[in-house]
Design a protein around this ligand. Structure first.
Ligand code: HEC
Ligand code: HEC
Length: 298
């Protein structure tokens, strides 16, 4: 019973602190009666697209161009991805969208900077990309162009994306592991492809590639140069003493097992993405996190 009271208290605190009420779970994915747009809306939340493509201060129109993303290479301004034909991606076809997400290339062959997280999104299935596309078509078109990226030389040279891709990028749909349960596979897909958890939680090399041998092992320099926690099952450095329920509950309301609350970049991830997932998907993520090799970093 005290546990429940603490939980309710924590939840109230969360709401008072201005975080979203996590009750807005968007309907269950996959049901036959559901249409592509609803499934796409769910994936859109799970993938956190709005977080980058919508300006926060001052509040911008949805997906009309994003907030400034400061990185060691300079500042990126995510573009307008509303269906406006001149300023957004209104002239695109589904195939263009799939190429952008899976291959990191624009319709004219532009090589995208990996700040658009296609190294992760590449794993999203064709069916899910189709649903995501159906949803994106329903967002109101907005006729504005954001500022271009403001990158330091030589990172402003798109040709440099070539060697980067050669070193770090392997396009391809994420494939389930037939030796694992459906829940594990769902969790792995959500963590690695859709939810792109490793983009923040896995350490990177000097050139900004995530290190596959230290998956989720914590990142000393994440967004805004801040430390990002190790979320592998390492007992001391990671979250080895969290149960699956602890993880699922953190992803719902940001409450840590010790009663503390999430802070930093994770607040927005919880608010915009993980709190909006179904309980079953949060559990799947927890199942997968408990299974990755423990890392002793960070
Ligand atoms: C971490 C920030 C971030 C997230 C999250 C993100 N994007 Fe982007 N996105 C970018 C940046 C930066 C670019 C510009 C890349 C470039 O100029 O090379 C971009 C470019 C794009 C483009 C190409 C637009 C054009 O005009 O060529 C599309 C389409 C796109 N993003 C869709 C999405 C979708 C859909 C999601 C969610 C599944 C998403 N993005 C999530 C940062 C992000
Ligand atoms: C935009 C960057 C970012 C993304 C994406 C992200 N996280 Fe986090 N995460 C953080 C930061 C920063 C912290 C540390 C928060 C704190 O100190 O309270 C954190 C903390 C956590 C913690 C708590 C760890 C602890 O010891 O307190 C868990 C669990 C977690 N994240 C899981 C996930 C999962 C699962 C995903 C993918 C669905 C994810 N995160 C995606 C930035 C991110």
């Amino acid at each position: 019973m005290p546990g429940r009271i603490i939980r309710v208290f924590r939840f109230c605190l969360w709401v008072v602190l201005g975080a979203a009420v996590p009750a807005a779970a968007i309907s269950v994915p996959g049901g036959a009666a559901q249409n592509a747009v609803a499934r796409g809306a769910y994936l859109f939340a799970a993938a956190g697209c709005a977080g980058c493509h919508t300006r926060v201060k001052p509040k911008g129109r949805p997906l009309a161009g994003g907030r400034r993303l400061d990185t060691p290479f300079g500042a990126f301004y995510p573009p307008n991805i509303t269906p406006d034909p001149g300023h957004g991606i209104g002239r695109w076809e589904l195939a263009d969208f799939i190429r952008a997400m899976r291959q990191g290339r624009g319709p004219d062959g532009t090589l995208y900077f990996p700040a658009f997280l296609y190294p992760s999104y590449s794993g999203i299935s064709d069916a899910d990309l189709g649903d995501l596309w159906a949803f994106l078509r329903t967002v109101p078109a907005v006729a504005v162009t954001g500022p271009g990226h403001d990158l330091d030389f030589p990172f402003n040279l798109r040709v440099l994306v070539w060697p980067w891709r050669w070193l770090y990028f392997e396009p391809g749909v994420w494939r389930p592991d037939p030796n694992r349960s459906a829940r594990w596979n769902r969790g792995a897909y959500l963590v690695r492809a859709v939810g792109h958890c490793g983009e923040c939680h896995t350490p990177r090399s000097l050139l900004g590639g995530v290190d596959p041998d230290r998956e989720l092992g914590g990142n000393p320099k994440g967004p805004e140069g801040k430390r990002v926690a190790n979320i592998t099952p390492h007992r001391k450095k990671g979250i080895g003493d969290w149960s699956e329920s602890d993880i699922a509950s953190y992803l719902l309301d940001g409450g840590l097992p010790d009663g503390d609350l999430a802070s930093g970049a994770m607040v927005e991830v919880i608010e915009d993405s993980t709190s909006r997932l179904t309980e079953s998907d949060r559990r799947a993520i927890a199942r997968y996190l408990k299974s990755v090799p423990p890392q002793d970093g960070n």
